[in-house]
Design a protein around this ligand. Structure first.
Ligand code: SF4
Ligand code: SF4
Ligand code: SF4
Length: 326
């Protein structure tokens, strides 16, 4: 029997999701044994025309990581969508917009100006910016168009499943591959990770006091957290209450608060808003006598980069989406 054809593709990505595939270690041999990889530009020499030559739906599944930042990425994911039975958004950037999505706090012009003119290491006295088309003696050179905003994959094409995480852990990847090969998949649109929040899975959750109060806000470099206590109790922002579980609490176990890379659970529409509201309630802003408004404001002002903290992985897919609405 012919093996299922599988494609991997990266868009606006740091390369960590591609590493996560390699990090399957010996399990990658099981994957290679079970499927026929027909496209994986970062590792193997396939061309776009190889995909164009395929029949619609011929690829069983395309795993696409990274956010959508330019016209080439839009074009290729649309091509992969056409040629694939299933598309899986692989990793936080593809699932939610991820770290590249933080660029949506700035517009396109500001990003290009910073990158090509004002960044301290730039030397560009003629203020040359990338051009879509440049005539050279050898012919015309073209570049993909840098889009106005960063998008999550499902803002560009229809997505069947989501593998969360920055990057997705090996056990979830293998679980997804196995489920796809066995045809044992949940309903379309599912995130292939547990539904409960990270707090429900966290080894520190049981030790949380019944009435959790956050009396101060601290940054991770300011204290060495007590590994027995909830980070919020210690004044460190931990996105566990607004984040899906399934990562085996990997940051928490390394004594670092959660940054939210698994995205929100099904019940949460906006991860950042949910987290801001969770913090507001434990800061005592809702009826705690011991906090004056001034004291509360002083504490809130200690949250460095609140928008970047609460929407670190989810800005493009949040209700805010961008600094300026499209
Ligand atoms: S999800 Fe994380 S590891 Fe994957 S591409 Fe984005 S930043 Fe990199
Ligand atoms: S807030 Fe963070 S440390 Fe506290 S229980 Fe939730 S995940 Fe664990
Ligand atoms: S603890 Fe949070 S940031 Fe760390 S891997 Fe898990 S979901 Fe991602």
């Amino acid at each position: 029997m012919a093996k299922a054809k599988v494609a991997f593709y990266w868009c606006a990505s740091c390369g960590g999701c591609e590493e996560a595939v390699i990090d399957l270690n010996e399990d990658i041999l099981k994957v290679v044994d079970a499927v026929d990889i027909v496209f994986w530009p970062v590792a193997l020499d396939f061309k776009y025309k190889d995909i164009e030559a395929m029949k619609d739906g011929e690829i069983a599944v395309s795993f696409i990581n990274g956010a959508i930042r330019n016209s080439e990425q839009e074009e290729i994911v649309k091509l992969l969508r056409k040629k694939s039975g299933l598309v899986v958004a692989f990793g936080s950037c593809s699932h939610l917009g991820g770290i590249p999505g933080l660029a949506n706090f700035h517009d396109r012009e500001a990003i290009l100006t910073r990158s090509y003119e004002t960044a301290p290491t730039v030397v560009n006295p003629d203020r040359i910016l990338p051009q879509l088309s440049t005539k050279m003696p050898e012919g015309e050179l073209t570049l993909p168009e840098f889009s106005e905003t960063v998008k999550a994959l499902d803002q560009v094409i229809d997505v069947d499943y989501y593998l969360p995480g920055c990057a997705p852990p090996a056990d979830l990847i293998m679980g997804a591959v196995t489920a796809i090969l066995e045809g044992n998949l949940p309903e379309k649109g599912s995130v292939l990770a547990p539904e409960k929040s990270l707090c429900g899975d966290c080894p520190r959750g049981e030790k949380k006091p019944e009435k959790l109060v956050m009396k101060d806000v601290k940054r991770v470099h300011e204290i060495i957290p007590d590994p027995e206590k909830c980070f919020l109790e210690e004044g460190l922002i931990c996105l566990g209450p607004a984040t899906r579980s399934g990562c085996d609490s990997r940051c928490i176990k390394a004594n670092m608060p959660c940054r939210g890379c698994f995205g929100p659970t099904k019940e949460v529409r906006d991860q950042g808003a949910k987290m801001a509201s969770a913090i507001a309630s434990i800061l005592g802003l809702e009826g705690e006598e011991e906090f004056s408004e001034e004291k509360a404001a002083e504490i809130v002002n200690k949250i460095a980069d609140p928008a970047g903290t609460f929407y670190r992985f989810s800005l493009p897919s949040s209700l805010l989406r961008t600094r300026k609405r499209e």
